[in-house]
Design a protein around this ligand. Structure first.
Ligand code: SAM
Length: 161
């Protein structure tokens, strides 16, 4: 475990994780070789990134091209996982892990809403990511459900003349 704690940060002693095994379904390719190179959050006007889906999952992409915005879930594999309080500004003031979008968390799942540019040969070209080159991919979803009905109309929704 790297010795990278900041002033007043707090850790817990944990047994090695054993349950809830996840299956990586591909890799994310970005221009950022290290964590320090990444933006804090992706921007949809940021650089093009590629999501390489493993061949066995490529049929699962069918239909996804209809969406402009998709949600990407990924495994922030270089994170430590034992902090309960963190000091995001490195100034000794701490806040609880669950009050942050920090990559340091018990299950380091990152999520980004990205703009889908195109899908070709099982590779998604997107904008809006913020992770290191090679980050494992967990899941892809449209930003909304195609079958979700609109919320019923409420009084006051319509302006009366
Ligand atoms: N957008 C995601 C979210 O909100 O869930 C992640 C936000 S997190 C603040 C993004 C930061 O995680 C990057 O700036 C970088 O420092 C770090 N990071 C990127 N890739 C990582 C990886 N594979 N493992 C650990 N940390 C990573």
């Amino acid at each position: 475990m790297p010795n990278d704690l900041r002033e007043n940060e707090q850790v817990v002693r944990l047994a090695p994780p054993s349950d809830g095994a996840l299956r990586f379904i591909g890799r994310i390719r970005t221009d950022w070789p290290t964590r320090a190179d990444c933006p804090r959050q992706g921007r949809t006007d940021g650089p093009d990134c590629r999501i390489e889906v493993d061949p066995v999952w490529q049929d699962a992409l069918d239909g996804l091209e209809a969406y402009d915005t998709i949600e990407v879930l990924y495994w922030l594999d270089q994170s430590r996982r034992d902090l309960t309080r963190q000091s995001p500004r490195s100034d000794g003031r701490t806040v609880g892990t669950f009050a942050l979008r920090s990559p340091v968390r018990p299950n380091p799942i990152g999520t980004s809403l990205v703009r889908l540019l195109r899908i070709k040969d099982g590779v998604l070209h997107v904008r809006g990511l913020d992770c290191v080159d090679g980050t494992p991919l967990l899941d892809l979803k449209p930003d909304r459900c195609a079958f979700t009905p609109k919320a019923p109309e409420q009084p006051g929704d319509r302006q009366t003349a």
